[in-house]
Ligand binder design. Sequence first.
Ligand code: FPP
Ligand code: MG
Length: 329
Amino acid sequence: MITLDAIRQPVTKELEAYEAFLERQFTADGDLLNEMLHHALSSRGKGVRPLLVALSAAMNARTSGAAGGQRVSLAAMLVEMIHTASLIHDDVIDEADERRGRPSANALWQSRKAVLLGDYILARNMAIGLESGQFDLVSHICGRMATLCEGELLQDDCVSKQNMTRRTYLDIIYKKTACLLGVSASSGALAVGATRDKVTTMRRFGEALGMAFQIQDDILDYSPSAATGKPLGNDLREGKITLPLLVILDKADDKRRAYLLERLKACHNDEEAVEEMQRIVIDEGGLHEAQAVMQGYIARAVQLLSEYDDTSYRTSLVHLCSFVAERNK
Ligand code: FPP
Ligand code: MG
């Protein structure tokens, strides 16, 4: 399988510049906030969003080297720190103790402080953005933060009502994940002055990749071979109906559907119910069907790259699509 290191290779310098920029800009006053911020920054994960910014910037730059500028570092920081803050808040909402194999902020400092850490990161992010004077980038990126909240709220409402449909599921994953990946890819193009059409193409590319990314995330929650650093079966414990279970529910008659929804409710505090639901989803082909939907989005993403010249940047973006589809973490 293609590695992220190989995908990053053409933009190593741009990513180094972004890391240095982030370290310079994201500082905090006081020991506790410093410790919390250090935890948040040192457990950031794969860095798919800054990578998308950098590759899109390089692919859309008119001259080579134009993608190493401060605007690209700024865009990468803005998207990555929105993502970081949203996961800190997400772990509070989900009462999750673990993220990427490490204790979550709420597990370490309790929810009230974790919420403030997420708020602090968002507030600093916005302040750094505004101080930079790059208002087009700040408005392009930060203007979509509300969409993430809409997605999370919609998801929460569906958990309470257990009334998930395919359309609502796709709407939720667009809002909570795909939108920010679309913003990441398009902000790279915007940062280097690409045309409006190219910025739109990159947004569509990032969104298609983002839909696939979240579906794969939902598949991995059921996959024994996953190495995400999160406990398996969490979506079931949280009462979330994601695509692998949704395809099984859609095929079930009324009696079976009622039974499955009853067992899903029990997953909250009954590990036998979790195991039973996992078995049903796997044995009845839920993962297989979800993979087929995910591959459709991957194909759309790759197709959108065909209007670009064959460069190492485009190759890396195509490889990023394969990585997202095949990843186990
Ligand atoms: C992870 O999903 C969560 C998200 C992708 C979005 C979370 C958004 C919010 C909490 C709204 C707040 C927004 C901002 C900008 C602060 P998941 O729970 O399916 O994945 P997981 O298994 O990794 O937790
Ligand atoms: Mg979660």
